[in-house]
Design a protein around this ligand. Structure first.
Ligand SMILES: Nc1nc2c(c(=O)[nH]1)N[C@H]1C(S)=C(S)[C@@H](COP(=O)(O)OP(=O)(O)OC[C@H]3O[C@@H](n4cnc5c(=O)[nH]c(N)nc54)[C@H](O)[C@@H]3O)O[C@H]1N2
Ligand SMILES: Nc1nc2c(c(=O)[nH]1)N[C@H]1C(S)=C(S)[C@@H](COP(=O)(O)OP(=O)(O)OC[C@H]3O[C@@H](n4cnc5c(=O)[nH]c(N)nc54)[C@H](O)[C@@H]3O)O[C@H]1N2
Ligand SMILES: [Mo]
Length: 679
């Protein structure tokens, strides 16, 4: 007899929406995924990508058993081995490195990001393993740390508005975010507000599908958001659109920033942003005179040298006009700080004891893999264990990253679902389960519900959850602390320090955090003084910092490479995930760069032609698309394709660089000069 059941799942992807999913399972096989209609942020809808989750999980190219490399690195030639053989050899290799001396294990580096956002499969047993081993620590900066640390330096934590309340806003400024692509469930609330008469403004160098649907699009130059924010402040001051009471009671340091902002008349800001002074004035008027006014900031605008300062400036705006007084006013960049994740219980940093391993920044992995050992750097990197990430495709300046991963004297283990560009460079590939096949618990960085993901089906083939792989590796290493025997459920039960109980998650699928409707209406920022910090003891008063690479900061470079390139996400991929899902790849077509007709004409480029996008760091080949989505002087190289699926085995990170942001040590992917020529 056939049996059908429905299982509660959570979307694991690195996206603010963290959707609640219902998986229909028939005779042990998942046959349908649907958005949960009862979960308010998801409201029954899944994005195009995740509605294809079954195509991804049951993909014919899933890695289903351990593999050992038999060809040169990067060739993708592997043979099947048993788990026993793989784990024994990996443990022996890691032990040999660690045995060389007291700090020798630092030559081993974990490399992971948010392939799954799950607290168990992303940051639990794995961290325990590396802490016990004494491996290098990893600074996980590749996405959001510039904006995240800037936000925390301003508000005291990564906190903001409730997603649902945007439906009641009268003005929504969508800033550095292509919501329809990367925050679809927010868009539903923004549309509800629009139907009720709210004005929507989009601030983005690219004329995105979101910009198309807003009342106004301000197409500023990449990396000039801080200047725009200062210009807005100038207008708020001179027109006295300030909430003096909120400023006096709930902020500290405003007089110094006020003085700075007064040096930014709209003309100055407009000149830097490449927009008109009237656009600055008009936006300031709207923002200064409309209540409630909400900003949806996203990480797209912080991937430049001054990204952290720009986030600080923008995050101060809602305090200046008292937008926080209303639940539909304020700002959201991330809500993750509202969740009381019990990281010390999950990750067990205490296993380090008195050891203080060095920290490797994931964003400079290209350079770091090529560095020799030195007193400054510590030991040369000899082993890398990669999971939940595809650095060969996504890390900046891939020519260096590839060279590093190709080192014959580097021992690399990759836990994966697929043979990615990174897995191709592994010595061992270990097959991991997908979200359908393991237990997890989740927070969200775009809403305020904790979520559960129950396993829907048995692991396919010989796949194992990341947690189990690290449990078994720990046993092989002889790590006998009881925490290495914790089950996934044991860890799920301690994942949240308060507000969220596992039993309630299990019973309901999610738990809404007990937060006030307008949590910052009376200030009470989680800072030492309870006030929003404008003059930071660490970072000072925020300012506009020009890009590393731009016509004004590096004129000689701009003469050779006159086009600014940004590389925002493609709608049907999730960073480099889903690029190998054929139905989604078919929608995206092929790697392309959007270029304005005037820039194309200057270079003799016609629509659809193959081009080289290049600078001193490398050369990326793709198709040119003449498009009004690109502003003159800026090209949009949509990301992030698998290198091996792109022309000449390259992707957009061929030309990005490894210089870090002002705050948060993050990459400045969108701070990049190139030229484009016909091939
Ligand atoms: N479909 C899809 N969804 C995704 C992702 C994906 O790859 N695909 N990625 C996920 C991830 S990892 C993240 S971090 C989140 C957020 O991901 P983000 O990277 O913030 O993604 P977007 O919302 O697309 O925002 C990027 C927008 O910022 C614009 N932009 C670039 N430079 C600047 C600038 O200097 N100033 C301003 N104002 N705008 C700029 C880009 O043109 C783009 O439209 O989205 C997640 N959601
Ligand atoms: N040029 C340019 N580069 C970018 C960006 C950009 O906008 N432009 N965006 C940047 C941003 S915002 C981010 S967040 C990074 C993202 O970079 P990554 O975090 O590397 O994200 P993905 O490319 O999605 O790769 C995640 C990998 O994890 C694997 N995975 C998923 N779940 C599991 C699991 O449970 N177990 C194991 N073992 N593996 C799993 C997937 O199969 C996938 O190959 O890329 C950055 N790179
Ligand atoms: Mo990201």
């Amino acid at each position: 007899m056939s049996s059908t059941s429905t299982v509660r799942a959570a979307c694991p992807h690195d996206c603010p929406d963290t959707c609640a999913i219902r998986v229909t399972v028939q005779d042990g096989r998942a046959i349908k995924v649907q958005g949960d209609p009862n979960h308010p942020p998801t409201h029954g809808a899944l994005c195009t990508k995740v509605s294809r989750y079954l195509e991804r999980s049951y993909h014919a190219e899933r890695v289903l058993h351990p593999l050992r490399r038999i060809g040169p690195k990067g060739s993708g030639r592997f043979e099947r081995v048993s788990w026993d053989e793989a784990l024994a050899d990996i443990a022996a290799r890691l032990k040999a490195i660690a045995a060389r001396g007291p700090n020798a294990a630092q030559a081993i580096v974990p490399y992971s990001y948010a392939g799954t956002m799950g607290l168990l499969q992303g940051e639990s047993m794995d961290r325990r393993f590396f802490h016990r081993l004494g491996a290098s620590l990893l600074d996980r900066t590749i996405c959001s740390s510039a904006g995240g640390e800037a936000l925390a330096a301003t508000y005291g934590a990564k906190i903001g508005m409730h997603l649902e309340h945007y439906a009641e806003s009268r003005l929504i400024v969508i800033w550095g975010s292509n919501s329809i692509t990367s925050n679809l469930h927010f868009w539903t609330f923004a549309q509800a507000a629009k139907r009720d008469g709210a004005k929507l403004v989009c601030i983005d160098p690219r004329k995105t599908e979101t910009a198309d649907k807003c009342h106004q699009h301000i197409a500023l130059r990449p990396g000039t958001d801080g200047a725009l924010a200062l210009g807005l402040m100038h207008e708020l001051i001179v027109n006295d659109w300030l909430d003096h009471d909120y400023i006096d009671r709930h902020t500290e340091g405003w007089p110094k920033l006020r003085e700075r902002a007064l040096q930014w008349p709209p003309e100055r800001a407009a000149e830097i942003c490449g927009i008109t002074a009237d656009e600055v004035r008009g936006l300031a008027r709207d923002y200064g005179t409309t209540r409630p006014a909400a900003i949806r900031l996203n990480y797209g605008m912080q991937r430049v040298r001054g990204g952290g300062n720009a986030v600080r400036l923008i995050a101060i705006l809602p305090c200046l006009v008292g937008a926080w007084r209303h639940r539909a006013g304020g700002l959201l960049l991330s809500s993750s700080g509202w969740f009381a994740v019990n990281r010390s219980a999950l990750q067990r940093t205490d296993l380090l004891g008195t050891r203080k391993p060095r920290t490797i920044n994931m964003s400079t992995i290209g350079d770091d893999l090529l560095r020799e050992g030195s007193p400054d750097f510590g030991p040369k990197i000899e082993a890398l264990v990669v999971y939940n990430s595809n650095p060969v495709a996504v890390a900046p300046q891939s020519p260096k990253v590839v060279q590093g991963f190709a080192r014959e004297n580097l021992f690399t283990v990759v836990l994966e679902h697929f043979m990615t560009d990174t897995a191709d460079h592994a010595d061992y590939v270990l097959p991991a389960t997908t979200q359908l096949e393991h237990l997890d618990v989740h927070l969200s960085y775009g809403h305020t519900y904790a979520m559960i993901n129950e396993p829907a089906i048995a692991p396919l083939g010989e796949t194992k959850p990341n947690t189990q792989i690290f449990r078994e590796l720990a046993a092989r290493m002889g790590f006998d602390e009881p925490c290495f025997r914790d089950s996934d459920e044991d860890m799920a039960r301690v994942a949240f320090a308060r507000d969220v109980s596992f039993d309630e998650l299990r019973a309901n699928g999610w738990v809404k955090l007990p937060l006030a409707d307008a949590p910052l209406a009376d200030g009470r920022f989680p800072t030492p003084s309870g006030k929003c910090i404008i003059d930071s003891p660490v970072f000072g008063v925020p300012d506009h910092l020009p890009n590393y690479e731009s016509a004004s900061s590096t004129p000689e470079l701009a003469e050779r490479y006159p086009l600014a390139m940004i590389s925002p996400p493609a709608r049907n991929f999730l960073n480099s995930s889903f690029v190998n899902v054929k139905s989604l790849r078919d929608i995206e077509g092929e790697p392309l760069v959007e270029i304005h007709a005037s820039d194309a004409a200057l270079r003799g480029i016609v629509d659809g032609q193959m081009v080289r996008v290049f600078n001193d760091r490398g050369e990326y080949r793709c198709k040119a698309q003449l498009s009004s989505r690109a502003r003159p002087g800026v090209v949009n190289g949509l990301g992030v394709w698998w290198r091996k699926l792109g022309p000449a085995g390259t992707n957009v990170n061929e030309v990005t660089h490894q210089r870090l942001t002002d705050i948060g040590r993050a990459p400045s992917f969108y701070d990049c000069l190139v030229d484009v020529r016909p091939l």
